[in-house]
Design a protein around this ligand. Sequence first.
Ligand SMILES: [Zn+2]
Length: 438
Amino acid sequence: MLLAGTVIADADTVVDDGAVVVADDTIVAVGEETTLRERYPDHERRTFDLVAPGLVGGHVHSVQSLGRGIADDAALLDWLFEAVLPMEAAMDAEATRAAAELGYLECLGSGTTTVLDHLSVNHAAEAFEAAVETGIRGRLGKVLMDQRSPDGLREETQAGFDESEALIREYHGAADGRIRYAVTPRFAVSCSEACLRGCRRLADRYDGVTIHTHASENEDEVATVEADTGVRNVRWLDEVGLTGPDVTLAHCVHTDERERTILAETDTVVTHCPSSNMKLASGIAPVADYLDRGITVALGNDGPPCNNTLDPFTEMRQASLLGTVDARDPTRLPASTAVAMATENGARAAGFERIGRLESGYKADVIGITTDRTRATPVHDPLSHLVYAAHGDDVVFAMVDGTVRYDGGEHVGIDAAAVRERATRHAERIVAEAGIEP
Ligand SMILES: [Zn+2]
């Protein structure tokens, strides 16, 4: 297939009248359309206003999709313990499957082709199946919680590891490598020292398995960990082995100088979730400072109960606006940086090589975007447009691993209306069973 249009190859490179040529699951050429049409005359040609790399959601909770709008206007620990965890505890296999399918379809239909997904304690296999079925690229992990957790979610430390290991054997590398595994402790508040240290040992036993957790999102969380351990959260994670190039920490809003040095020296990846941080009033992550220190910072929508959208364009915009207002400097977090965070930095956060840019030899994860909208007219600068003007609904085409998964506003090979109907039905049931009053 030859995908023609204004090609945004990466955060610094735009090719006007360009094209991307795809063969099987790989990009084989990127350049001027006229040249490539001569070289690849037999490839089916599709034309879009903008052609861009599939975006990467560096921290998402697909299985929380049934909870969109259940807990607005609440602080993090109340939000978590009063609404989100009770919802997760009430979810059975069917509800988990419906939630994950809904989440992945929302991602694919708004330009996210890869996710780093923090699932739940129970029924994680359902989300893996949903990822295989919907065609999204993903690194997923069953959540581990062995202390300070509600009934229905807290489990014996070893039982969590045993199920994680079974999932690794079943799904790590599945669907031609499109699905991978991250060992996923919820956060230090809900995980014992034995659990956290065991996460490192488990990840090290399997080639390419990484670690994904939350860290220092909220001041109460940091205070709780300090009271438990005597040190601040990121220092604690470092002590128990949960820093390093194979570790992605969501949030890192509240870190001191020493913790930032640890993040930089260990090459730990941070995922910034600006909408979630604003909605839960968690604070402003020092993203520009992290980037200055050479720390890789990706972007994530977090979950539907704290955002309440999985639109990646919203997150690029919020990251840029929040970063510049925090610095009182409009040059501090420009559009190109936000695009890099949602593409190449996201690829590192999710632990996939050769995604996040349009380049020969890279995986064919490509999106097509329309600018045929009143609010999208005119387009002077495609990078600026992606970050400040585009919406997820402007995505009209999404290809993952060379397979078209979304085309002309329709999901390919899956009945999205049926998924929405199932999700609505399960959402009503689960919220009622959990006794949550939205
Ligand atoms: Zn999260």
